[in-house]
Design a protein around this ligand. Structure first.
Ligand code: SER
Length: 587
């Protein structure tokens, strides 16, 4: 399916781009890549993409908002999105025509089983009759076309601000009678399943909530791989598709149970399959289990999977065996899994063992707490926090355990304690759970350029061996992690600050060029891993001070930063230092 999709769009002038990593490169406001368009935001906003203005790919995605829903027939944390984009090139006519052709001619779907939606109009934005007309020109009947408002037929921005627009969504209609007079694609009775979303991204929503037309009219489409496979295979759930056969088969071997035989086990099979597939991919992008950020989600996934493996009667340490199935089945599409398999296996096993140790102790403590709690129906936040802090129980785990005993958890109290415990940056990471895209606002753009200057200055002042280990930008500050096994001296920090401010004062243009990865390397451009990029890369050069491979966006002249100040230097991890800095006018 991945190949069929990409080939279809390649034949129609699209360049195939590789899936971006699950960890957003230039978007510090979210933990994971949540949609195919996510890595393309700068280009949807008007930057030139090195591969051209028609793109296609399959993108690995993680959405954690519904993590507790996983176990039912449809929710997943990890999924793949097939997509095609027009960056200011074709628009509705071609986009709809190709979607229709792909579904009916290539996949052989019966047009009578399709239903589509269009934007009904709301506020200043008119009803999208054009989309309906195009669908009709392909033979869709009036009764297959539904109009909905912003609630259903508008996509984005994924964060507070960003590109967005009306969409047309394509649904599979399973043919059963409508459940009532209002039944349609937006109804949740199960008759309709959304398979593809074509967004006509032509607006920008700003911080005040105002919509202004974008410089260019884009198309952003996304089709869920799991869902389309479910429908084509005529299956009830995504877990019955070939994407899960190997994983579930392995779990059957390990547990001696059969998938689908009873409801509780079925739920457990699904949770373990989803969570360990997601965990393998997240590990494959270099994340390790941790108390905050992506590492926390990873830990949650592994620990929840571990609990449900116990429910299936699997008691030995064997997550690696599931990860091996994922690596072997998905490496053709995602070669990074094969390359990083040792890292994946080592870390999944380490976390599994660590949790096993604390689980026993934690459960004992949990049961004591339940006893101490007496007749109260609510478990107080202090207890929940202690389980989290001492035994590494994700709060969701405690909530689940409590629910099994008919108890609720005082989440507000827990949150208060959690927040008090975390420093600002950690609380910031917590905010990121909510998802949403970066607002590529002026401030974050400036801080992004400041990050390049800081990186270059550290190399000059401290050592050419300094490399970026992590970067995080909010609207207020940059955070930059780099390898160094000692504290920076005050003199070094002063010198770094001075160098960066000199470049800002010198008003140096920031030049962006496209070139092959090889050419960029020949120029000694600083970059991360070769395989993260396509053939062509963008290189940002700031005079002779800095030269980095980067997706952007950046300011066009360093003077826009006005000034640069280091606010903090601290340890981040063993051998890694962290600097927080700000830009602006300082007296
Ligand atoms: N961005 C849209 C979605 O996520 C289409 O790709 O549904």
């Amino acid at each position: 399916m991945r190949e069929t999709y990409v080939d279809f769009f390649k034949e129609r002038g699209h360049a195939y781009i590789r899936s971006a990593p699950l960890i957003p490169e230039n978007d510090p406001t979210v933990l994971f890549t949540t949609a195919g368009m996510h890595p393309l935001v700068p280009y949807l906003l008007g930057e030139k993409h090195p591969a051209g203005n028609r793109l296609t790919d399959f993108q690995k995605c993680v959405r954690t908002g519904d993590i507790d829903e996983v176990g039912d027939a449809s929710h997943l944390t990890f999924f793949e999105m097939l997509g095609n984009w027009s960056l200011g090139d074709y628009f509705k006519e071609e986009s709809i025509g190709w979607s229709y052709e792909f579904l009916t001619s290539v996949l052989g779907m019966d047009p009578n089983h399709l239903a589509v939606t269009a934007f009904a109009g709301e506020g200043d934005i008119p009803r999208d009759e054009e989309t309906a007309q195009i669908w009709k020109s392909h033979g869709m009947r009036d009764d297959q076309i539904y109009f909905y408002g912003k609630e259903d037929n508008w996509w984005g921005p994924a964060g507070q601000t960003g590109p967005c627009g009306p969409d047309t969504e394509i649904f599979f209609d399973d043919g059963r009678p409508k459940c009532g007079p209002d039944c349609g694609p937006s109804c949740h009775c199960g008759k309709f399943t959304e398979i593809w979303n074509n967004v006509f991204m032509q607006y920008f929503k700003d911080a005040e909530g105002k919509f202004t037309p974008l410089k260019q009219k884009n198309v952003d489409t996304g089709m869920g791989l799991e869902r389309i496979l479910r429908i084509l295979n005529g299956k009830e759930t995504v877990y019955d598709t070939p994407l899960f056969t190997g994983i579930i088969g392995k779990l059957e071997d390990l547990s001696g149970k059969k998938y689908g035989e009873n409801a509780d086990d079925t739920k457990a099979f699904r949770i373990v399959s989803d969570h360990l597939r997601a965990a393998t991919f997240i590990l494959g992008d270099g994340v390790v289990p941790a108390k905050i950020g992506q590492g926390y989600i990873l830990r949650r996934l592994i620990r929840r999977a571990s609990r449900y493996m116990s429910k299936l009667g699997i008691e030995k340490t064997c997550m690696r065996e599931i990860a091996e199935v994922v690596v072997s089945e998905y490496s053709k599409a995602y070669p990074e899994l094969e390359r990083n398999k040792d890292f994946i296996y080592t870390n999944i096993t380490a976390e599994e063992e660590k949790f096993r140790e604390t689980l026993t102790k934690g459960l004992r403590r949990f049961n004591e707490m339940i006893a101490e709690n007496g007749d109260k129906k609510v478990l107080d936040g202090e207890m929940v926090f202690r389980l989290y802090d001492t035994f590494g129980f994700p709060v969701e785990l405690t909530t689940e355990l409590a629910a099994e005993k008919g108890l609720q958890v005082d989440m507000e109290d827990f949150e208060r304690r959690f927040k008090a415990h975390q420093d600002n940056s950690r609380a910031g990471a917590d905010q990121q759970f909510k998802g949403g895209l970066a607002d590529h606002s002026e401030e974050t753009t400036k801080l992004h350029t400041a990050t390049h200057l800081l990186n270059a200055a550290l190399k000059r002042v401290i050592s050419p061996d300094i490399n970026q280990k992590g970067s995080n930008i909010t609207a207020d500050r940059l955070r930059f992690d780099f390898n160094l096994d000692r504290k920076c001296t005050p003199e070094e920090l002063k010198e770094v600050e001075r160098l960066v401010n000199d470049v800002i004062k010198a008003a140096v243009p920031v030049v962006c060029e496209e070139m092959t990865y090889e050419e960029a390397k020949a120029r000694n451009a600083v970059g991360v891993f070769a395989d993260k990029y396509g053939e062509m890369v963008k290189v940002y050069t700031i005079g002779d001070f800095s030269c980095e491979i980067c997706g952007g966006p950046h300011v066009s002249n360093t003077s826009e930063l006005q000034g640069f100040k280091i606010k903090k230097e601290e340890s981040s991890a063993a051998g890694v230092r962290r600097i927080k800095a700000v830009v602006g006018k300082f007296d």
